[in-house]
Design a protein around this ligand. Structure first.
Ligand SMILES: Cc1cc2nc3c(=O)[nH]c(=O)nc-3n(C[C@H](O)[C@H](O)[C@H](O)COP(=O)(O)O)c2cc1C
Length: 366
């Protein structure tokens, strides 16, 4: 009933409005609902996962389901109250930056409906690490719900140089660690919206960045959010740097910069910059998960992200070797029931032994 209502009633109405306006409205509503027991109960009654045990422990963190809300939806950390009742096992808040960032000029989001994608041109709009840390410090989440924080380089002139950029990331990490906020940290090295600054999706600069971040002492897992457009050899060089730096894993991956990979590229507005989410990311991210698992064995935790619009799409990521999945677009294009469907499919298949043991870092149903 709920999938039908979303597809036939709610989505057609929502898709008539500006995507960023809808997004902000949902965040405000989710924030409100998450603050009270009644609100959380209502959401949980509608979308809470009640199937067979789908919990999984990855890098010592226990997820009630292996489905995590990817970075970019809850960029200011307002939804940790409501998400556990929506079938999510965790959230990646952010990406947050050291300095508050207003983002690019609007419009910042645009739907490509037939291509099942969103053109994202946010420019890392967020309130900055201090405000987000304060907010997260005051939320209580269930023990089996994981709250990670993604950090990115401030989209501002001060952080445009290599040294400025490195110190900017370090400042965010130091702030989070000092406050004891965040169950894991993600270093977003692949945000396609950052203009005028050196990219850290380049081996030498990445090495310097990770060496600096390694000086921040903490015991949380750290992942890198990977670009999906580089050819494999380039991707592999980045992975080797990440391995040498001792990070726990990679999230594969970020938005697709190649507009031709959309099913209907003509839907993309010609004046737009930014990357594509959703379906255009699906094949490439799954391929990179599979090749990474082959290349690095169980050395890395691998998190599959990109174009998961159905439980089958998620199973493809797990089959390719993912320990967990992150998603945004599926929740929008398919509906908020998707997370429960993935959790149930994962529980069924992992209990039946149909999924590969992804990495030695994962325990639970596997
Ligand atoms: C509105 C929006 C904002 C995003 N912002 C970020 C971000 O700040 N940091 C990040 O690492 N990824 C960001 N992403 C990328 C997503 O985390 C994810 O990698 C991508 O959307 C592919 O997953 P999906 O197909 O399930 O949406 C954003 C995506 C969307 C749709």
């Amino acid at each position: 009933m709920l999938p039908f209502l979303y597809q036939k009633v709610l989505k057609p109405v929502l898709f008539r409005f500006d995507p960023e306006w809808v997004h902000d409205g949902f965040v405000a509503m989710g924030d409100l609902l998450g603050r009270t027991g009644a609100g959380r109960g209502l959401i949980s009654a509608m979308y809470g996962y009640r199937g067979p045990d789908a919990s999984v422990t990855v890098d010592g963190l226990r997820y009630r389901t292996p489905v995590v809300l990817a970075a970019g939806f809850d960029y200011n950390g307002r939804l940790a109250g409501v998400l556990p009742g929506m079938g999510f096992g965790g959230v990646e808040v952010g990406s947050v930056t050291a300095l508050p960032t207003p983002g690019n000029d609007p419009p910042r989001l645009q739907r490509m409906v037939r291509s099942r994608s969103i053109v994202v041109n946010k420019g890392l709009r967020n309130e900055g690490v201090e405000a987000v840390t304060r907010r997260l410090d005051s939320v209580e989440t269930p023990d089996d719900f994981v709250l990670g924080v993604s950090i990115a380089r401030s989209n501002r002139e001060e952080a445009a140089s290599e040294e400025g950029g490195i110190e900017d990331y370090a400042r965010s990490l130091e702030h989070l660690v000092a406050a004891g906020v965040g169950d894991f940290y993600t270093i977003n090295i692949s945000c396609p919206n950052v203009h005028g600054g050196e990219s850290f999706a380049e081996p030498q600069r990445l090495r310097k960045l990770l060496q600096r971040l390694d000086r921040v002492e903490h015991d949380r897992p750290v992942y890198a959010k990977m670009p999906i457009n580089p050819p494999w050899e380039e991707f592999q060089r980045l992975g080797d740097v990440i391995e040498a730096a001792g990070l726990q894993g990679m999230i594969i991956g970020n938005l697709n910069k190649d507009y031709e990979s959309a099913a209907y590229p003509e839907e993309a507005p010609s004046s737009y910059q930014g990357g594509l989410s959703g379906l255009p990311c699906r094949e490439r991210s799954t391929e990179l998960v599979a090749r990474s698992r082959e290349a690095w064995g169980d050395r890395f935790t691998l998190i599959g992200c990109g174009g998961i619009l159905s439980a089958e799409d998620a199973m493809e990521k797990f089959q390719a070797g993912a320990d967990l999945v992150h998603l945004i677009s599926g929740m929008i294009f398919t509906g908020p029931h998707l997370m429960g469907e993935i959790a149930e499919a994962w529980a069924r298949e992992s209990q039946g032994g149909a999924l590969p043991i992804a990495s030695g870092r994962t325990s639970g149903q596997r």
